[in-house]
Design a protein around this ligand. Structure first.
Ligand SMILES: [Fe+2]
Ligand SMILES: [Fe+2]
Length: 267
């Protein structure tokens, strides 16, 4: 696990960065969530680090430091890309982000560290699924895409795979003896909460695009969105079910094909 800075810039990148604008906008909704989610993860992990004192946790504290560095690089790079979406004038998106930030402020203020760590682990378990999907399932969707945006996601998701165990280990360390029930609660909450954000934002982005379309183009766009959502759902569902197992441990997951090789260029 090591933090890398790919130094990506997006001067003339477009919100429609690949041939399928529906796939682009659904992915963009994910990018728009990350400055909120990943700053929250870091705040939770740094709180946990203060609790995990003593020699027993010295390795885990080191892992938290690397995790925080990786996530900080992630949300900074995504912020640069997200500016391109803001500049394109999707005004309906901002209040949805403000609500997500308010939820995280509320969680940090009113909920236990265990609750927050369980949410973080729920989010991180989705990251490994996204990583496998991006690296192994969607070469057709990425053909002809803007290489800077593809690099943004591949670098990010390959590092998500690298630090996949940190939140799991932290949650386990601070939540004995009920870590399974707590982990599941965090997982269901993260799935529900972030799916709603993703759907609300992608609906807002696509609604804005569709205003400028003809009737026929709009019907094609709606059908292409449905096809993509079904495709992702079919891939993700069995993997989401794996997370529910009491024996789930992200350390056992195999690296997505090509992920480690992709990162070599940034070392
Ligand atoms: Fe990240
Ligand atoms: Fe992460």
């Amino acid at each position: 696990m090591k933090p890398r800075k790919p130094g990506l810039t997006f001067q003339d990148a477009l919100p429609h960065w690949c041939p399928s604008t529906e796939f682009a906008q659904i992915t963009n909704a994910g990018s728009l969530s990350l400055p909120f989610v990943e700053t929250y993860l870091n705040r939770v992990m740094l709180r946990a680090k203060e609790m995990l004192t003593g020699e027993k946790y010295s390795e885990l504290r080191g892992d938290i430091d690397l995790f925080v560095k990786q996530e900080s690089n992630h949300y900074r790079q995504h912020r640069l890309f997200n500016q391109k979406i803001e500049e394109a004038g999707y005004d309906a998106v901002k209040p949805i982000g403000d609500r997500l930030q308010a939820d995280y402020d509320e969680f940090l203020k009113t909920k236990s560290l265990r609750f927050n760590a369980a949410y973080c682990e729920g989010f991180e378990s989705l990251g490994i699924i996204q990583a496998e999907f991006f690296f192994t399932q969607i070469d057709d969707l990425l053909a002809g895409a803007d290489p800077r945006v593809v690099a943004l996601w591949k670098w990010h998701l390959a590092e998500e795979y690298e630090h996949r165990s940190v939140c799991f280990d932290v949650h386990k360390a601070i939540s004995r003896p009920f870590s399974y029930a707590s982990r599941l609660g965090g997982f269901f909450l993260a799935v529900r909460h972030l799916s709603k954000f993703g759907k609300d934002v992608s609906d807002a982005l696509l609604a804005c695009d569709r205003v400028r379309m003809t009737e026929g183009q709009r019907a094609t766009s709606i059908s292409s969105e449905k096809t993509y959502r079904k495709r992702f759902g079919r891939f993700a569902l069995p993997r989401l079910l794996n997370v529910l197992s009491p024996f789930y441990n992200p350390i056992r997951y195999r690296a997505p094909r090509g992920a480690a090789a992709f990162l070599l260029q940034y070392e």
